[in-house]
Design a protein around this ligand. Sequence first.
Ligand code: R5P
Length: 282
Amino acid sequence: MKVVCTENSQVLATRLAKILRTPVVDVQFSRFPDGEQYLVAGDLDDETIIVGSVMGNDALVQLLLLVDACDNSVNRLVLPYMAYARQDKRFRQGEPISARAVAQALSRGVSDVITVNIHEKEILKYFSVPAQNISLAGDIGAYIRTLHLDKPLILAPDDGALAFAEQVASANGWDFDHLEKTRLSGSEVRMAPRQLCAASRSVVIVDDIISTGGTIATATGMLYQQGAKDVYAACVHGVLTGGAYVRLMATGIRDVICSDTIERACSKISAADRIASAIRRP
Ligand code: R5P
């Protein structure tokens, strides 16, 4: 077995390979003069673990090319982050189900898929090969324990993330709740006033994705207005697009923590252990 990865999943893939005690295949990445991507993978094995977060269009194409380059082996695809997963339904006539289109494209040439906190578990059915999802809720809880906060309140920014907040909180005996969010545009959210027990408490807002940071920034401002002692944010996928980290730090948030499904300077939690366990599972 060997591990091979796209450019943006090098750290996670190397951590995973170390746990699995297996080598990482060297891949040369380049572009043609017109911008088209090109790659050459080194010596592969009969079984290849392909690790590639899809953060955008370039990453998607690179992953498709890498899977194709590995066509002499049995390929297991680790998809730590899957862009387009939030368009998982046809909300109005004429729209694509983008999650389905991406899942179907990525099913070609692989034997199975492992995702990490995929935005909606229903998306797994769009892969045409067996697909399983693992959760980093326990790892986020473990990281929060290292902050030594006094009985933190774990908050989901909306009811969709409540189950995740519960997973983070309940194993540690912490309170959890959710805020109510109305999305005004791609980058703006409004939190409806809600009675929270945030006064004088440490609050950790947990979500699967921080993208523009609008959700967390609004929630943080609201919680400080309600007298929260300190506010942290923890997510699995730190997309952090368009200056999101700077915007969040300007709110007075104590810290923003994410995992290495997307490799960032604030990636303080690794998905590698959980992925390795999923790979080893019969
Ligand atoms: C939405 O359903 C997701 O779980 C996140 O809450 C959302 O993607 C966060 O987006 P943003 O950081 O742009 O507010």
